[in-house]
Ligand binder design. Structure first.
Ligand SMILES: Nc1ncnc2c1ncn2[C@@H]1O[C@H](COP(=O)(O)OP(=O)(O)O)[C@@H](O)[C@H]1O
Ligand SMILES: [Mg+2]
Length: 1020
């Protein structure tokens, strides 16, 4: 029969806002008119329109019937419900099947965009797959032609990590999953995949339920996210027509229904800038699908010599005929309406646009049954010949193909009734026990039910507490509930049922148990609808006694997102993402994106941490919000992104990963973990180790030094605190910007009245960076070093030297910067910007570390725990003092500002009164002999400040001593007399503390006096 050439039909569908988007006040960026869909860029307002075969609006204009079905609100509503979708798309698939064409339906789109909703559906809102099956059987039921036998076979598989799992089979799949074979006639197929003959829709329903159950268990046990897996349901529809002469003819059609993995990381490999670009097998099928669609679209556009890479992935092999072969194919691109998903939605729309160009050539699959058998026989003969030729070589592949063919022949020769009977028996054998018994159990007893990231897989598993005491854990010993998953202990929790109360208790201190977001350590009573997190990734909703249950409290309300927000809230995330230099929250959209990124990342980090622990990789992953303001000379840049701080606790190496890199590496970790679960020895080399990277420099913190005074030729000479992204103090640095002449000699009395006086003249100053104190980075590991980086206006970026091993760093940096002539641009810059001084952490590579005779790591003998505790408490005290110091510094800053204002007033007065200008030195010290009596205030302040500075110097010296002491003590550990020296140390710290308190008090007193004076007027 001649083939008809038609292009892949493409439909897009937009879903309603989900709860998260509603809460965040998201805006809808999509609109539809007839067949076209328009997307609006939320930042620029720019729009793009694409035309498809269908554009389905399911965003609003619907109501919910009492039975929970969504339907059109009014006849004028644009809303497309599930039935319309079936009528438009599913019906065509069915018609094709009756005619003997293969058909395929794909759902593409980012996770949560509504793929499964359209394909499978939720509750009463059944998707295309169930409706198609239901309709198919409705028509079969009307067949009265005695010579026509109608047969339906159902199969369901999942592709995850390039392995095929038969979802209709319980238990572990064979090592490496089912094999993909190629047959010259059939193309690629899955060897040994169960194809269950079915005679009614309800049987299909049961099979799908059981497939979803198997998928859920596999996903929890292997820590495999369903959003990274593809699910393929195949319905084979055969019409066997008995001819008059006893010959039979078979017309068959394969309907492939494919729920693809989330498209969000379809093209992440390569785009991450990661050293490990290869990407994981987890992503392979999806990225290959993209390449195949591109290649096919190119061919359709007339491009020559295009190689379609079907063979590069399992998914594309299996769907070869659906994509550019013998099939009538439809793609549904599911779209999220929310502004935060703009990029992803646009990319889905582009993908769909490309897919509609693909041309397929579908032919009717019809041939005499005898011929099919004959072909199989011929193939067998060919295989046998190959076997003979290969002799003693490895013939397992050929043998298994032979066996597979044999099975097919037997199947074909067996009568339909026999096959149905066989399937029924198998079903009863495997589903009898858990089917009937468990169903009843959970009606009577409290239980926990799983909550999965994928709502399709939530509420699928139920663990019942029917006995007084139940253990839950990995070991699954007798009478215990077996729970595998990351971070689950052999015995994880003990659940006690007492009358009508249920109690939960962690079996040991290391068993992580969270109830409603809060970590529990002791026996805790559970209430109906409590949320449980066990280990690092297993989530459950507790359902109480039947009397307690209402109609609510399902995993619909308490979905994955609910759990994540609750956990994030208790982990203080909303606080974490607001960085200290947060000046404005007006950029609402980017703030929401950031929050979403952060919340999405948290569970993935927890998983990565748990995998690292199980594989003994000693690597810790933390999310940090990188704030552009820390690097921006104005200190106001609002840009923020989530980055990941990676620390190897053994080597003390630290890396910063972008989010994309983390997700790329996480896939590789998942892959490694799967291998490990499979019993492989997971040895990695640096070339393929997702936990390892060469050392890199790490941004520790920065400070902003106002450049205004340079414009007045006034010096800057201060200690600045370097803050990290979270506003924590990383170190204190002494910086001087000293106006000078060409040769670097200090300028005396050369202050300018107005910056513009400098215009077209020369400006030189020396930048001096002498010491940096209390460097946290080095005190954590003495093998590390630091350097300073900064860029002065219109100069090349500058670096100081790198200083290693000491928490008290002497940079000895001194450099003259020259501006000749001074331009208005420079003056404006100085007026409006700060110098951003960044402190960067340096680390030695592991190879260097091995050969270095540097100090040993913190692996101090265990006998010294006492000393270590003391040392820790000393460091805590130092931390407290540091904070106090910071307070004083702030007060100091305020005082200085007051002084500046006063000085400004004074200057104006001087000018009016024709007074002589005050020299630089006199200004600073305040003791001007020429100043009028009004300078009293100035003098007092300056005096107070001078005293204050002196005190501060003493305090700093104290700190310096203390730091050196700590260092030397660490070296001395193991020697005698340590206790004594620690006590001395304690005295020293107390003394500093007293001094600081005194200093604060006297500063306040002087300031108060000065203020009082200024209020009552300078003459009194
Ligand atoms: N057309 C729709 N109407 C109503 N709810 C929808 C629609 N599409 C998706 N949803 C809801 O959005 C959530 C995510 O949809 P789902 O189909 O599971 O996404 P995906 O399979 O793409 O990850 C589900 O809770 C689902 O009920
Ligand atoms: Mg889905």
């Amino acid at each position: 029969m001649p083939g008809t050439s038609d292009s892949v039909k493409v439909a897009v569908r937009v879903r309603p806002f989900n709860q998260r988007e509603k809460n965040a006040g998201s805006k809808c960026i999509l609109s539809m008119k007839d067949k076209s869909t328009t997307i609006k860029n939320p930042d620029t307002g720019e729009t793009k329109t694409f035309a498809y075969d269908h554009s389905y609006w399911s965003h609003d204009g619907y109501t919910e019937t009492p039975s929970g079905v969504y339907e059109q609100e009014s006849p004028s509503s644009q809303y497309t419900d599930q039935k319309c979708l079936f009528q438009d798309l599913g019906q065509g698939v069915l018609d094709n099947a009756w005619q003997g064409y293969n058909a395929a339906l794909f759902a593409y789109g980012q996770t949560g965009s509504g793929k499964s909703y359209s394909m499978i559906g939720y509750g009463p809102n059944k998707g295309i797959v169930p409706i198609t099956c239901e309709e198919l059987f409705k028509v079969i039921g009307t067949n009265e032609d005695g010579k026509k036998q109608l047969r339906v076979f159902f199969s369901m598989l999942e592709i995850y990590n390039e392995q095929v799992r038969d979802l209709l089979l319980k238990g572990k799949p064979p090592h490496g999953g089912l094999k993909i074979r190629q047959n010259p006639k059939q193309g690629f197929y899955v060897e040994g995949l169960k194809q269950v003959p079915v005679r009614s829709y309800s049987e299909i329903e049961k099979l799908m339920e059981s497939g979803t159950f198997n998928r859920t268990t596999a996903s929890t046990n292997m820590n495999a996210t369903s959003s990274r897996s593809h699910m393929v349901i195949t319905i084979r529809f055969e019409q066997v027509i008995q001819g008059d002469s006893g010959q039979s003819n078979t017309r068959s059609s394969d309907i492939n229904l494919v729920d693809l993995a989330g498209s969000e990381r379809a093209d992440s490999t390569g785009a991450t800038g990661d050293r490990l670009k290869e990407g994981s097998a987890i992503n392979q099928s999806l990225s290959t699908l993209g390449n195949v669609i591109s290649a096919l679209a190119d061919i359709a556009m007339g491009k020559k010599k295009v190689l379609v890479p079907y063979r590069d992935s399992v998914l594309t092999k299996l769907l070869q005929s659906a994509l550019g072969g013998n099939s009538r194919t439809i793609m549904i691109a599911a779209l999220s309406p929310a502004d935060i998903n703009y990029d992803e939605t646009l990319s889905t729309m582009r993908y769909a646009d490309r897919a509609k160009k693909i041309q397929n050539k579908a032919v009717v699959n019809e041939s005499p049954t005898d011929r099919l058998i004959r072909e199989l026989k011929e193939e067998n003969a060919r295989l046998m010949a190959m076997l003979k030729k290969q002799g003693t070589g490895d013939t397992t592949d050929i043998q298994s193909m032979l066996a597979d063919n044999q099975r097919k022949m037997v199947d074909m020769q067996m009568s339909w009734q026999q096959r149905l009977e066989q399937a029924r028996q198998e079903w009863e054998k495997s589903h009898h026990i858990d089917g009937s018994v468990i169903d009843k159990e959970w009606m009577k007893h409290p239980y926990i039910t799983n909550v999965n990231e994928d709502p399709q897989l939530s509420g699928v598993i139920k663990h019942c507490f029917s006995k007084k005491c139940t253990f839950v854990g990995r070991s699954g010993s007798e009478d215990a509930i077996q729970l595998r998953g990351l971070g689950i202990e052999p015995e994880h929790i003990e659940v006690n049922v007492d009358g009508d109360k249920t109690f939960i208790k962690p079996c040991k201190a290391t068993a992580a148990v969270f109830v409603n977001g809060i970590k529990v350590h002791e026996q805790t009573q559970l209430k109906h609808q409590d949320r449980l997190k066990l280990g690092s990734a297993s989530l459950f909703l507790y359902i109480g006694y039947p009397e307690e249950r209402g109609n609510d409290g399902t995993t619909d309300t308490y979905d994955y997102n609910y759990f994540m927000l609750e956990l994030a809230e208790h982990a203080g995330v909303s606080v974490d993402i607001a960085t200290p230099r947060d000046t404005h929250h007006t950029d609402d959209l980017s703030h929401r994106v950031l929050f979403q990124d952060f919340v999405d990342l948290l569970p993935k980090l927890a998983e990565a941490n748990a995998i690292s622990e199980e594989l003994k990789r000693y690597t810790k992953f933390e999310a940090v919000v990188r704030s552009e303001a820390s690097h921006d000379p104005k200190g106001t840049a609002a840009g923020k992104e989530v980055i990941i701080k990676v620390t190897n606790n053994q080597t003390k190496k630290v890396w910063i990963w972008s989010m994309n890199k983390f997700y790329n590496r996480k896939d590789l970790m998942d892959e490694l973990y799967l291998k490990w679960l499979d019993g492989y020895n997971v040895v990695t080399t640096r070339d393929n180790d997702p936990f390892w990277d060469p050392v890199e420099d790490i941004f520790l913190g920065s400070c902003h030094i106002m450049l205004q005074s340079i414009g007045y030729c006034a010096e800057v000479d201060e200690h600045f605190t370097l803050h990290n992204y979270h506003g924590k103090e990383e170190a204190v640095i002494h910086v001087q910007l000293l106006p000078c002449d060409e040769k670097g000699h200090a300028l005396e009395d050369d202050i300018v009245m107005e910056p513009k006086d400098l215009l077209n003249k020369t400006l030189n100053f020396t930048c001096v960076i002498s010491q940096c104190m209390s460097v946290r980075w080095i005190s954590e590991d003495h093998l590390r070093g630091v350097e300073c980086r900064f860029t002065l206006p219109f100069q090349k970026p500058t670096k100081t030297k790198t200083v290693w091993h000491k928490g008290y760093v002497e940079f000895d940096f001194r450099q003259i910067y020259k501006y000749k002539p001074v331009t208005q641009k420079l003056l404006d810059y100085l007026h409006n910007n700060s110098l951003v001084l960044e402190l960067w952490g340096k680390q030695v590579s592991e190879d260097e570390q091995l050969h270095s005779d540097g100090m040993p790591h913190a692996d101090i003998e265990t006998g010294n725990t006492d000393i270590l505790t003391q040392l820790k408490s000393r460091e805590d005290e130092a931390e407290m003092l540091r904070e106090e110091c910071e307070q004083i510094r702030k007060e100091n800053f305020k005082l200085k500002q007051t002084v500046m204002v006063t000085e400004e007033k004074l200057r104006l007065l001087e000018m009016r009164g024709g007074l002589k200008r005050v020299g630089n030195k006199d200004r600073n010290m305040g003791a001007s002999k020429t100043a009028s009596s009004q300078t009293g205030l100035d003098v007092d302040f300056a005096k107070a400040l001078r005293d204050f500075f002196q005190e501060m110097k003493d305090i700093q010296n104290g700190f310096k001593e203390m730091r050196e002491f700590v260092t030397s003590t660490k070296d001395k550990i193991g020697a005698n007399g340590i206790r004594q020296s620690f006590e001395n140390h304690e005295h020293a710290i107390n003394a500093i503390d007293d001094k600081m308190t005194d200093c604060l008090a006297s500063l306040k007193k002087s300031a108060a006096t000065a203020l009082r004076k200024s209020r009552s007027g300078p003459d009194k």
